[in-house]
Design a binder for this molecule. Structure first.
Ligand SMILES: C[S@@+](CC[C@H](N)C(=O)[O-])C[C@H]1O[C@@H](n2cnc3c(N)ncnc32)[C@H](O)[C@@H]1O
Length: 234
């Protein structure tokens, strides 16, 4: 991994001529993303993220923290004990520079020996599951990291709106795979990252997976653009 996403974050944090990140997926053309978005303060976050931060309590784990904006709010404003993890070494470096006390380079799948009251996964938190087939593995891992009475706050979107409809109004989704399974390509400063799988889940599919893996699943809030926030508990 070239860690281009993290490089963009660290460039932005250190004023090292940051540029936009270029993203492209299996179903969408190249699009530019302003790295500044990853540094959003509370009042510029989407409603569903603000809601997740309001509901977060106790000892927190922020999975895939990126530039650490959610963790910083919980640590500094809500004075909570926060652990932030990301597989991107550059992103974690930026989190530390921003003042996060407990930020670590860590893959969620290999995190052990610690449990939490609230686990947050935000900005399409299901993305890191990669595929529908991998989803149980991630849900089981997350479950093993929860304290009794704990909660997982995770967001995603139903991306059915990205597909064309045929003359009968049926969406032209792939026949052999779940339509929310995308391949992502990221480019930054002329370099291209290896493509990676990124999963969007519609609410029903997430609810089914959650129940099959022993969770209670509650739809907390729907956002303005097919996005939603869920609370999973045991
Ligand atoms: C879309 S970004 C979200 C960043 C942040 N949560 C936000 O809302 O700004 C997803 C992050 O998840 C990280 N990530 C991907 N797979 C991961 C894994 N298995 N364990 C921990 N972090 C992971 C990526 O490096 C990336 O920084």
């Amino acid at each position: 991994m070239k860690d281009l996403f993290g490089k963009a974050i660290l460039d932005y944090q250190t004023h090292n001529s940051p540029e936009n990140i270029i993203t492209e997926t299996t179903i969408s053309e190249e699009d530019e993303m302003d790295v500044a978005y990853l540094f959003r303060p509370f009042d510029e976050m989407p409603n569903i993220e603000q809601k997740a931060l309001e509901l977060a309590k106790g000892k927190i784990l922020d999975v895939g923290c990126g530039a650490g904006s959610h963790s910083l709010y919980l640590q500094n404003q809500k004075k909570l004990e926060v652990t932030a993890i990301d597989i991107s070494a550059n992103a974690v470096k930026a989190c530390k520079l921003r003042g996060l006390k407990n930020a670590f380079v860590q893959d969620i799948l290999t995190l052990e020996n610690e449990t939490f009251d609230s686990i947050i996964l935000l900005m399409n938190g299901t993305g890191i599951f990669g595929t529908l087939k991998n989803t149980p593995k991630f849900l089981q891992k997350l479950k093993s990291l929860l304290n009794p009475g704990g909660q997982i706050l995770i967001d995603s979107s139903d991306i059915i709106y990205m597909f064309d409809e045929d003359e009968d109004g049926a969406f032209e989704v792939p026949a052999n795979s779940y339509y929310g399974e995308l391949e992502f390509i990221i480019q930054y400063k002329g370099e291209t990252e290896d493509s990676f799988s990124w999963l969007y889940l519609d609410y029903n599919t997430l609810q089914n997976a959650a129940i099959a893996n022993g969770f209670q699943c509650e739809l907390i809030l729907e956002g303005e653009h097919y996005d939603y926030l869920v609370r999973l508990s045991i």
